[in-house]
Design a protein around this ligand. Sequence first.
Ligand code: DX5
Ligand code: ZN
Length: 229
Amino acid sequence: MSFDRQIKIAPSILSADFANFGQEIQAIETQGADWVHVDVMDGHFVPNLTFGPMAVKAFRPHVKTVMDVHLMIAPVDPYIDAYADAGADVLTAHVEAGPHIHRTLQAIRGAGMKAGVALNPGTPAEAVAHLLDLTDLICVMTVNPGFGGQKFIDMTGKIRALRDMIGDRPIHIEIDGGVDPKTAPLVAEAGADVLVAGSAVFKGGSVDNPEAYGENIRNIRAAANGVWA
Ligand code: DX5
Ligand code: ZN
């Protein structure tokens, strides 16, 4: 994985057909996805349950780009090796998921993955101030995690603060929740480079009509880059 600040679109397969992940992943990548975002939920840290390391390992051979795994689970540490074994490229843990996020990020890197740290809407930018040298990605939640299709919460002030804090460090700013062609320019302008989008990518498409995914991805990217399609 090389580092750049170009806009990257990371469709969340939370909005895919759960009976058909292999073909759905192939469809979004063929249609221009830069990364594949995988939302892991435990029914405890968040009030919803998705899949675990065995499913993520089964996704791996289908992902030709970057497998970006977003853990919405607590605790995190007992599962880090399982997600390394599953083939995650980026593993993101929430700062709110436990008292030892510093140790968690060290362990994620120690297991050979890029380390991400996610911030719920109620958590300030300062929560990562002492984690920057351990972090490859900061995920700014623009919804309360747990479900796709929720309304975007404006976090542009937090994104700007993080962008200033990061300076020249090679740390991605990822936005997760309610990203669509209307909200993408706001977060891109504030300094984000990885845009997760679930419902806005998968709407209107299917594995039999993947062109709709392509059009949705192009529209989000164009909006983020300031070129309205
Ligand atoms: C929310 C997840 C998101 C979600 C985004 O808890 O982390 O990745 O799937 O979905 P949309 O784009 O529909 O808000
Ligand atoms: Zn996510």
